[in-house]
Ligand binder design. Sequence first.
Ligand SMILES: Nc1nc2c(c(=O)[nH]1)N[C@H]1C(S)=C(S)[C@@H](COP(=O)(O)O)O[C@H]1N2
Ligand SMILES: [Mo]
Length: 401
Amino acid sequence: MNVDDGNTLATPPVVREEPAREEGLLLPGTIVRRISPARSAAVAARVGIVLGAAIAVCFVTGLLSHWIQHPPDWFRWPANPPWLYRVTQGAHVISGVMAIPLLIVKLWSVFPRLFARPLIGNPLRLLERGSIAVLVGSTIFQLATGLFNIAQFYPWRFFFTSTHYAMAYVALGALAVHLAVKLPVIRTALSRPPADRRDATNDSRVSRRGVLGAALAAAGVAGIAVAGQSVPWLRWVSVLAPRTGEGPQGLPVNRTATEAGVDGRVRGDAYRLTVSVGTTERGFSRAELERLPQTSAVLPLACVEGWSASAHWSGVRLRDLLAAAGGYPGGDVAFHSLEQGGLYSHTLLPTTHVVDDRTLVALRLNGEELSLDHGYPCRLIAPNRPGVLQTKWLSRIEVRA
Ligand SMILES: Nc1nc2c(c(=O)[nH]1)N[C@H]1C(S)=C(S)[C@@H](COP(=O)(O)O)O[C@H]1N2
Ligand SMILES: [Mo]
């Protein structure tokens, strides 16, 4: 049967003329005879190219997102263009979701080969099989945990981001070995047209072209089904997008004030935003912040989970606030939230963003006073930053001079 290298175009009756192929699999002959000719290297290699492209986009955009959140010394992420992270992280989630149907078709097309003789064999074959096991396992892990994460469903005990990040390297390594080992097979498979005899006859079983078409269509549908959470004009068709782009004040809320343990008491007169520059320290009430010069900016909130939405923000430009508090000598600026503990209760803002005109301590959102869930009394909003770094319910801003 033509399940290994795609160089036969056999139909079931023809199989009996090719007993050698049947013997290649550790499966009963009755099953082997029924294996669809579309389960071929021709299909596997072609789906593999599209799957590989989706995984490459997913890997690069994921790596970027990781570096932005945990910057190595050499890494600089610009404040311009302000929508860049929205695009890269949207692409991360969309490409990951598109990879799911592609991976399923790829596994379907090579499945009979898992029963190929010998099961283990020589060291090269061991490497081939081992790399496939690791590759399939790590890819399924990445796609499943990523999918659960965008649905904010965490049915596991490990910490998602660090595990997802580490596993990406495992998958990449296994993919490199897999490609190297399979290169000859891939080249043969790609040098032939994907059509089999079934395409030209009236055979009722699915053809290779049919499988390829279905794989691409499924990937397209899956991509569109989630794209609406980052692409506004796709919102109405994106039935699977976990976020619709809606919420109070026209913007989704990731974590509510109640969930973060921040309550309405912040509305009281006692609230102060403490701004410290070196050893000077100054407290600003919400009314005092409102009396400082107000600046507006249209900036997207782009969550690591892939959803994003543009909004109209206004408040005090960070540069102006620092000037009012004693000046900005340079360096990273630390932001702390009223939220106690939690990973997102503090962040470091690099100089590029500190000096940007559009970086605000926001007081208003889409023409209204910032709601408690969006970060009242005030929140950080800076261009081209992951949502997770746009700290809500600010209590303290610190310049370590
Ligand atoms: N203090 C604090 N700030 C936070 C968070 C948080 O959990 N705590 N969540 C962040 C995340 S993950 C996102 S995407 C944005 C969402 O802002 P929104 O709820 O106003 O849409 O806020 C960020 N700021
Ligand atoms: Mo987020």
